[in-house]
Design a protein around this ligand. Structure first.
Ligand code: LLP
Length: 422
């Protein structure tokens, strides 16, 4: 079962749910991110339903898209949140998250971040090193709290994804080697202000096969059994995020149902609460990135289409050399021809697609990147003096701005001239 298409064509024009993309652009201009509320809801509900009546928590990995309206949509559907910084934690709380449903991941938690998480009483810290464990115990002692923890175990499996988003190999900076689990858990047990409640792992992102995940979870299962033998209480297993989505039209990622079934097959007999941390799966397909075509040209036989969005607005194609599907609006008649779709940023890597077969496009036409709801706006910057773009959300035939475009002044507001200039 695939997800319902949220971006469709009607009489040649693109619609996000029931709103013409051209209307979104008339109202909110380009470049623009736009999200389908129903698309987001469908993804969250399918993920939650996939675990059925088994005790579970879908902790939305907020790094994928931290817009408050997006986060709120998931909170309203019963999701928790996976955070990696104070900024994400405060955002999650601001959006109305229940601290009991927040897990805190990441290799570099600072003392002030730990303090806030302890004060609000989050569900679990995913601890990534023994030094972090010591810091956590010390902060908790200072605040007269007990920190609920799991260790992020690195199972040393190859997630078979882009090297930039693989985390589960033993050479990665993430987690502690799975074979060191017994000593890490004993160490934790000896500390008065941490309480072991679980085990965590996350092997990478955009996984298009369940095999590496299964392999990781099989190792986790064995480890939990031996930890229990040693007298540790393991009530929670956080299986991380990483489920891939369809980007190019040929990815064929596993469904949430197959994912949950696999996790329950491997870990179901342990009687634990399963936490998962999907980011991309919940948001990618529910979002588009809309740009306007500016110019066409040919250099030494290469055809270029220059658009008004750049790598600063949507970094994924430049950073990971990934193919994302691109549509044009209006749909003009004529033979498709290969073209490089490039932005205005002064770097050759500012390229959304190379040799992409596109129907004829004229200046002013819309160029729309699909599946841009995850790690799109979240990774945007103001490089080349370009303000952060606007974000809109559509619900049926309604559309609202959920983040206004940054003004130019806002891009330099925090800066000041040093005194020697005055
Ligand atoms: N949990 C942890 C501990 C993570 O590090 C991540 C992602 C997730 C959950 C969520 O993974 P997801 O379900 O979204 O795959 N910028 C890259 C993706 C980086 C992922 C980082 N960690 C991209 O655009 O492909």
């Amino acid at each position: 079962m695939t997800f319902r298409e949220v971006l469709t064509r009607r009489d040649g024009a693109l619609y996000l749910e029931d709103v013409p993309v051209a209307e979104l652009v008339r109202r909110f201009d380009t470049p623009l991110y736009a999200y389908s509320r129903q698309g987001l809801i469908e993804r969250a509900e399918r993920m939650r339903r996939a675990f059925g009546r088994e005790p579970h928590l879908v902790a939305y990995s907020i790094k994928a898209n931290m817009n408050l309206a997006v986060v709120r949509t998931f909170l309203d559907r019963g999701c928790g949140v996976d955070v990696t910084s104070r900024g994400e934690l405060e955002r999650a709380l601001h959006a109305g998250a229940d601290p009991e449903k927040i897990v805190f991941s990441g290799v570099g938690k600072r003392a002030d971040e730990i303090d806030l998480a302890l004060e609000v009483g989050i569900r679990m810290f995913n601890v990534e090193s023994l030094e972090e464990l010591a810091a956590l115990d010390a902060r908790a002692q200072e605040l007269r709290k007990v920190a609920p923890i799991s260790f992020r175990l690195n199972p040393d499996v190859d997630p078979k994804t882009h090297p930039g988003i693989a985390t589960g190999l033993h050479t990665a900076k993430f987690g502690i080697p799975i074979e060191e689990a017994p000593s890490a858990y004993s160490r934790a047990k000896s500390l008065p202000n941490v309480r072991v409640i679980g085990v965590d792992c996350h092997i990478g992102s955009q996984l298009t096969s369940l095999d590496p995940l299964r392999e990781a979870l099989v190792r986790i299962n064995e480890t939990v059994l031996s930890l229990r033998e040693q007298g540790h209480t393991i009530d929670v297993i956080d299986i991380g995020g990483g489920l891939g989505v369809e980007y190019s039209g040929q990815d064929d990622p596993p469904t949430p149902e197959a994912y949950a079934k696999m996790a329950l097959e491997v870990l179901g007999s342990l009687g634990v609460t399963l936490v998962c941390e999907p980011g991309r799966l919940l948001t990618a397909g529910g979002g588009i990135f809309v740009m306007r075509a500016l110019y066409r040209k040919a250099n030494a036989g290469r055809r270029f289409l220059i658009v008004d969005g750049g790598m600063n607005d949507l970094l994924r194609p430049s950073l990971y050399q990934v193919e994302m599907r691109i549509e044009t609006d209006p749909l003009r008649s004529g033979d498709p021809a290969p073209v490089d779709i490039v932005g205005p940023v002064c770097e050759s890597t500012d390229c959304f697609a190379k040799d992409r077969l596109l129907p004829p496009v004229e200046p002013g036409d819309l160029v729309v990147v699909r599946d841009a709801g995850a790690y799109g706006f979240a990774m945007a910057s103001t490089y080349n003096g370009r303000p952060l773009v606007a974000e809109a959300m559509v619900d049926g035939s309604r559309a609202e701005l959920v983040r206004r475009r940054q003004t130019l002044e806002e891009t330099w507001q925090a800066e000041r001239m040093p005194v020697w200039e005055s």
